[in-house]
Design a protein around this ligand. Structure first.
Ligand code: PMP
Length: 388
């Protein structure tokens, strides 16, 4: 048991248990299994039962421009944004989607000029989410092309800038960096939730905002997210893209996500019904705070690494003043080590190299969202690495 091993290690201050040293710890992907325990403790409160006759039709709401959007899911999304105050939901339209790849491509398709003489440039400030260049390039579209680090984009031409805030991999809050008139901005707010960062007193109000259940509730397997889009024409083109690629989005997925989001809101708004369950964002905030403390302690013990520092901010949702505690740790190997990924791999810790994010190999990205025992094992091992 990792807890027992950890206690023994701390008490004796000797070498960690052989298990802690021998097992491969995979923190390459941001698989949010940390959230499993919370939802398990909910018991049947989030169970969804779907009779066989339900959801036969392709259609969900034919009056909506996005006709495959289940009203129950849309309402649960609006309710959650209102509760948290992280995004304006007054005017925009909502579109469900299957995974980030599809939604992201739908947006690129929708905002790219259809008849331009050359593909429009897609940029994002380094370090950027490693999937952006891959998703942008993999269909070899004639509409758009990956043009790399937004800091280096100097052309006087139309462009699309992806603004991820808080950012994956480094957790920093961000704004657009190119700032030319011809730019189209896409805000990826996957991590703009109060367990990771403080929510500003004015809700985000950008033209195109992307969210996902993966990093808010932890339900990555549901493969569902949504876009808040102000411009009807863009929303129409996104719908067209999703219709042509998958003729809509699974209703089972939307219904399950709706239930989870409703219960999440209930844990905050109807506390009396949830005596045994902490409100979701209190629980997840506390867990992230604990993990970041544990991680910073391990980094301090080891002396071979460093982590970004975050400014404190007052969260308009919780009233707490705190420094960001992101879903990923952007760890730097200090000193001589040039390839941090292979250095950690030698210690059986799998991470993603900075090079995939348009940055130096001295950095790696590490998921802070695995199950408890994996995270404990990881911090224990990290603090025991004291020489190169
Ligand atoms: N945007 C960012 C910045 C992400 O890090 C992720 C998940 N890694 C996503 C979007 C979307 O994830 P999903 O496809 O699970 O919805």
């Amino acid at each position: 048991d990792a807890h027992v091993a950890k206690r023994a290690f701390l008490e004796t201050n000797k070498a960690p248990s052989s298990k802690a040293l021998s097992e491969i710890i995979n923190l390459d992907h941001g698989d949010p299994t940390m959230y499993e325990r919370y939802w398990q403790q909910m018991g049947d409160k989030t169970t969804v039962v779907i009779p066989g006759w339900k959801f036969i039709s392709y259609f969900s709401d034919v009056r909506n421009l996005c006709w495959f959007l289940e009203p129950e899911f849309a309402n649960a999304v609006i309710r959650l944004h209102k509760l948290v105050g992280n995004a304006v939901t007054e005017k925009p339209l909502y579109c469900g989607r299957t995974g980030s790849t599809q939604l992201f491509q739908a947006v690129l398709y929708a905002v790219s000029p259809p008849n331009a003489s050359e593909p429009i440039s897609v940029v994002s400030a380094a370090p950027f989410y490693s999937s952006y260049p891959l998703i942008t390039e993999f269909l070899k579209s004639g509409l758009y092309k990956w043009a790399g680090d937004a800091h280096k984009f100097k052309k006087d031409q139309p462009y699309i800038e992806l603004v991820t805030s808080p950012n994956n991999p480094d957790g920093l809050s961000r704004e657009a960096v190119v700032n030319q008139n011809e730019g189209i901005l896409i805000h990826d707010l996957a991590y703009y939730w109060p367990q990771y960062t403080s929510i500003s007193s004015s809700p985000a109000d950008h033209d195109i905002m992307l969210f996902t259940v993966s990093k808010s509730t932890g339900h990555a397997g549901t493969r569902l997210g949504w876009a808040l889009v102000k411009d009807q024409e863009i929303a129409k083109k996104m719908t067209e893209f999703i219709v042509l690629s998958t003729i809509g989005v699974s209703k089972e997925s939307q219904l399950r996500a709706a239930k989870i989001l409703q219960v999440l809101s209930d844990t905050h708004e109807q506390k009396a019904h949830f005596r045994e369950n902490e409100p979701f964002f209190d629980h997840s905030y506390n867990l992230m705070a604990k993990r970041w403390k544990q991680l910073r302690d391990a980094v301090r013990n080891s002396k071979l690494f460093s982590l970004p520092e975050f400014a404190h901010g007052k969260c308009a949702f919780s009233g707490r003043t705190f420094a960001s505690q992101p879903a990923f740790a952007w760890l730097k190997c200090e000193g001589e080590t040039e390839d941090c990924e292979s250095f950690l791999r030698d210690h059986k810790i799998l991470t993603r190299s900075g090079k995939h994010f348009g940055e130096s190999t001295k950095y790696v990205r590490i998921s802070v969202l695995p199950r408890d025992e994996v995270f404990d094992q990881f911090t224990e091992r990290l603090s025991s690495i004291t020489s190169t």
